[in-house]
Write a protein that binds this ligand. Structure first.
Ligand SMILES: Nc1nc2c(ncn2[C@@H]2O[C@H](COP(=O)(O)OP(=O)(O)OP(=O)(O)O)[C@@H](O)[C@H]2O)c(=O)[nH]1
Ligand SMILES: [Zn+2]
Length: 218
């Protein structure tokens, strides 16, 4: 007897929220937070981004952290960037005020881990993070937030307060039909290993970071 397997294929570009699951998580300060995790089916870039909702209540323009994947920083605690502490800070804020973490599979500003590690080698030879990308034939920043806007809309979130220092995130989301009612900066997590990386973000992509020893206009 033959069997057939029919996969559900979405007929339009609207993603469906695929699953939700309770996820108790430990915050950096030792407290426990209650999360709900959402995954999606049918996002336009075909990647497996996810959302974690934390805290209680629903603000009129809920807090949203749009966080780009950084395996070295988020998972391993690498000090070459500020991603790990930014992620922990966001989880704490979202737990306290209520809101959503969108974890975007955009490793290396969209170039992937393999190329990011090549870029690290070039940085050891003196390139900054953006020049290293270009030397490898990539754009300075290849991130596209279409899938983020799709996820927000699928959750009914069309007016948000965004946690970021990156003006491009706000601009892209607004162009995609998400109203960004306000922006909250992340903390500044600088150290001897990531100072050049942070300086390059300010110089090159106008991240709103005030670094030690810099003036606000710099
Ligand atoms: N290509 C490349 N990507 C990097 C490097 N270091 C970190 N990343 C990636 O950069 C992304 C985070 O981007 P950032 O520019 O640090 O910050 P942002 O997300 O634009 O801005 P915020 O919202 O303020 O955090 C993650 O996907 C990291 O994997 C690097 O040296 N080269
Ligand atoms: Zn990082």
């Amino acid at each position: 007897m033959s069997t057939s397997c029919v996969h559900a294929v979405p007929l339009d570009k609207t993603p469906r929220v695929r699953t939700t699951a309770q996820l108790p998580i430990h915050l950096a300060d030792g407290r426990e937070a209650a999360g709900v995790m959402y995954s999606f089916h049918g996002l336009s870039d075909g990647k497996e981004h996810f959302v974690l909702r934390l805290g209680a209540g629903e603000a009129e323009a809920p807090l949203v952290r749009l966080h780009s994947e950084c395996t070295t920083g988020d998972v391993l605690g690498s000090a070459r960037c500020d991603c790990g502490p930014q992620l922990q800070e966001s989880l704490t804020r979202l737990h306290e005020e209520g809101g959503y973490l969108l974890y975007m599979r955009q490793e290396g500003r969209g170039i992937g881990l393999y190329a990011k590690l090549d870029a690290y080698r070039l940085q050891e030879q003196g390139h900054d993070t953006y020049a290293a990308n270009r030397a490898l034939g990539h754009g300075d920043d290849e991130r596209d937030y279409t899938a983020a806007a799709e996820m927000l809309k699928a959750l009914g979130l069309t007016r948000i307060t965004l946690i970021t220092n990156n003006p491009d995130k706000r601009a892209q989301l607004e162009a995609l039909g998400i109203e960004v009612a306000g922006v909250r900066p992340t903390g500044v997590f600088s150290g001897r290993h990531n100072l050049r990386y942070l300086e390059a973000k300010v110089r090159h992509t106008r991240h709103t970071l005030v670094l030690p020893g810099a003036t606000e206009e710099a």
